[in-house]
Design a protein around this ligand. Structure first.
Ligand code: SAH
Length: 216
């Protein structure tokens, strides 16, 4: 089923060159974004903007999900690690792209958000997504290595454990920085890391052992 309210947004993102891969377009057309936003914000679900999801966190704008999916060069069957589950929306889009033979492991540090995301993902039948509550800057060793890794919160640099848990020839996409943040794409080629900056972005902070240290 296609979500009709998403059609004009996806068309615009294709015309503007953000979406090149049809699989990304198809995934965005399938995932009901309104299920991942708080009830009182449902009317805004099909506007291409970030929205508050509580606990000081946000669901990413639709174009940002598209840009990151494109940069990750996702393929059917990939095992993907997401750091920063938030609402679970981005994980659902990636789950559509990697398909039943693929898997998405997503980590969230705020227990209530992890629980809510897990419930929506279960309700919508995304059985290929595993939600973990914990510090994603350490990755998730039990299911490593991953074909692709992405972070949806900005840290001081790319956490080392994530580079270690990435497969050879794997790709990682993450925002890096504090006031000025850049979206970084890392390709792992043996011992070599090829790093590219694909533009300025704005994300919530990555809080954790290999992220920012915030007293609570
Ligand atoms: N991908 C999300 C966007 C969530 S915003 C979506 O589609 O809705 C980023 C999320 O990263 C927030 O929920 C925040 O709590 C979480 N986060 C921040 N630091 C983290 C860490 N070290 N480990 C796991 N999650 C973290």
């Amino acid at each position: 089923m296609v979500i009709s309210k998403m059609i004009p947004i996806v068309e615009r993102l294709m015309n503007e060159g953000y979406i090149k891969n049809n699989k990304v377009a198809e995934a965005l057309l399938k995932v009901p974004r309104e299920k991942f936003v708080p009830k009182e914000l449902r009317d805004y679900a099909y506007i291409d903007t970030p929205l508050n999801i509580g606990y000081g966190q946000t669901i990413s704008a639709i174009h940002m999900v598209a840009i990151m999916c494109e940069a990750l060069d996702l393929k059917e069957g990939h095992k993907v690690l997401e750091v920063g589950t938030g609402s679970g929306y981005h994980a659902a889009v990636v789950a559509e792209i990697v398909g039943k033979n693929g898997q998405v492991v997503t980590i969230e540090r705020i227990p209530k958000l992890a629980e809510k995301a897990e419930n929506v993902l279960r309700e919508l039948g995304y059985d290929n997504v595993i939600v973990i509550c914990g510090d994603g800057t350490l990755g998730y060793e039990p299911l490593a290595p991953y074909d692709r890794i992405y972070i949806t919160a900005a840290g001081p640099d790319i956490p080392k454990p994530l580079i270690e848990q990435l497969k050879d020839n794997g790709k990682l996409v993450a925002p890096v920085g504090q006031y000025i943040q850049n979206l970084i794409v890392v390709e792992k080629k043996g011992k070599k890391l090829i790093r590219r900056n694909i533009g300025e972005v704005a994300f919530v902070p990555l809080v954790g052992e290999e992220g920012w240290h915030i007293e609570e």
